[in-house]
Design a protein around this ligand. Structure first.
Ligand SMILES: [Zn+2]
Length: 141
């Protein structure tokens, strides 16, 4: 994982990111799971990239919302992130899957705030990447 100190994310920014993630979920392509998810990553220089889950008839080829958003940002040249929001689920909020946690660890510090919310309403939970992935894989070299 990278080492850097992150700015504190205000409640207003968290709300903005959750709303962006919820809007991104509207574009989810999920004809198999019927489980739309949206994500929004905030870069350290203030840009927001969103993503949704994109499924495939060959199930393993689909991509999660979090990785879609992160890869959009990285492919646009962004490498430094300040926060992530994920929105999914009706009764329980969707937290990032294990694969996404490991991919996030490639670019984000353990202290990265991760905001988890349902698709609509409900409590918003704020955790960190380090809490979600306490012993992620790291290269031995
Ligand atoms: Zn995932």
């Amino acid at each position: 994982m990278k080492k850097q100190t992150l700015p504190v994310i205000s409640k207003q920014v968290r709300t903005f990111l959750v709303n962006a993630a919820r809007a991104a979920a509207d574009n989810a392509y999920c004809p198999y799971s019927h489980y739309p998810v949206g994500a929004a990553v905030l870069t350290l220089d203030g840009q927001v990239y969103t993503g949704c889950n994109v499924e495939n008839v060959s199930y393993g080829l689909g991509a999660c919302a979090e990785r879609t958003a992160l890869f959009k940002a990285v492919s646009a040249g962004c490498r430094d992130f300040a926060a992530l929001a994920v929105a999914g689920g009706d009764k329980k909020p969707a937290a990032p899957c294990g694969a996404c946690r490991q991919v996030l660890a490639e670019f984000c510090v353990p202290g990265l705030p991760v905001v988890v919310a349902r698709l609509t309403g409900g409590k918003v939970t704020v955790t960190t990447l380090g809490e979600l992935l306490p012993m992620g894989f790291a290269s031995l070299s």
